[in-house]
Design a protein around this ligand. Structure first.
Ligand code: ADP
Ligand code: MG
Length: 326
């Protein structure tokens, strides 16, 4: 049986020069922030049986645990720098640890984000990551910055992760291939870091986007956070929402429901002034990320869902709430 220290040394401490002044091994890691930059910090925890099924593929879990955290940095317009990893493990299973570390470090290396510390304990499988990013003061894409008249934009596509969940729970019958394809969207989300940076750290003096967040609990619920924080309302064209490739082959009602209120999408929802449309499209091109304009921010409070013809839609949607859902 590996000791805690052997486990950290074998799977998580790497012999390569990093950015941190001091990485894994001491009581604290030491980071030297870039002069003039602010730190953006966020934590996200994944709990077995709550955020992923027991027996989930460890490589995909390693990816996802970091991806959901990088997604928060993206939504703030921050550049990833480093992260800590706190793990509760039922046991030291080498195959599991190997796969987990591979998935984790493949994504970490793709974003130049260094593992600088953490904690390891025995217990029910629980993965908590804290990420540290940097941004220029005044360039954070905050939830309270939406303004009436802004366009609402979405990155990538929505709904395939929710469709996969429906398939796994046998709420919907899906062909095995379709389930597998949609499942990859659930297990391997793509954090939109390059787009967030392009929208926030624009070469001009101000960011391109006003407000932004990442969609984890379903678009309508998450957009509601921007509306509440900014003291505005919105009109959302549900038929303009970009459906994932698997969901796009399903019927209209399901498409509407799972794009508007899916979950586990990890796409960005952001607002930008109408005058910035060309700049947003350019940011999408630069970051190789699809961007779709799906609605407008209104001075009038409330979220109005409309169809392609602008007619009101009542979908009876509720976002995902861990406590309400029991
Ligand atoms: P402490 O006794 O202060 O809790 P630990 O013995 O838990 O410290 O950890 C020793 C070192 O290993 C620390 O630098 C800590 O940040 C690091 N560490 C512990 N667990 C992990 C992990 N899962 N991933 C990365 N670093 C870790
Ligand atoms: Mg400790």
């Amino acid at each position: 049986m590996l000791s805690e220290f052997d486990l950290i040394k074998r799977y998580f401490k790497r012999d390569r020069p990093g950015r941190a002044v001091l990485g894994i091994g001491d009581d604290c890691a030491l980071l030297q922030p870039t002069p003039g930059r602010q730190l953006a910090i966020s934590s996200d925890m994944l709990v077995e049986g709550r955020h992923f099924f027991a027996g989930a593929d460890p490589r995909m879990l390693g990816h996802k645990a970091l991806a959901v955290n990088l997604s928060d940095l993206a939504a703030m317009g921050a550049r990833p720098v480093a992260f800590t990893l706190s793990l509760a493990l039922p046991g030291a299973d080498p195959a599991w640890l190997e796969g987990f570390a591979q998935g984790l470090f493949a994504l970490a290396d793709a974003h130049g984000c260094e593992l600088i510390g953490g904690d390891t304990t025995k217990g029910p499988l629980n993965i908590c990551i804290t990420v540290f990013g940097e941004l220029a003061p005044g360039h954070a894409l905050r939830r309270d910055a939406a303004q009436a008249g802004d366009d609402i934009w979405i990155s990538g596509t929505l709904g395939d992760a929710r469709l996969a969940l429906a398939g796994y729970l046998n709420e919907i019958a899906l062909e095995p291939q379709a389930l597998e394809q949609a499942g990859l969207r659930m297990h391997l989300p793509t954090p939109r870091v390059a787009l967030g940076l392009a929208l926030g750290l624009a070469p001009s003096s101000a960011p391109i986007a006003h407000a932004a967040l990442d969609i984890s609990d379903g678009l309508t619920g998450d957009l509601g956070h921007i509306l509440a924080a900014s003291g505005v309302g919105a009109t959302l064209n549900v038929d303009a929402l970009p459906a994932g490739p698997v969901l796009a082959r399903q019927g209209r009602d399901l498409r509407r429901r799972f794009t508007a209120a899916g979950g586990d999408d990890y796409e960005l929802c952001f607002t930008a002034p109408a005058g910035a449309r060309a700049a947003v499209i350019d940011a999408g091109r630069q970051s190789d990320t699809q961007v779709t304009r799906v609605g407008t921010i209104d001075a009038q409070a409330g979220l109005r869902l409309v169809d392609a013809d602008g007619k009101p839609l009542e979908l009876g949607l509720a976002g995902w709430d861990h406590f309400a859902a029991g």
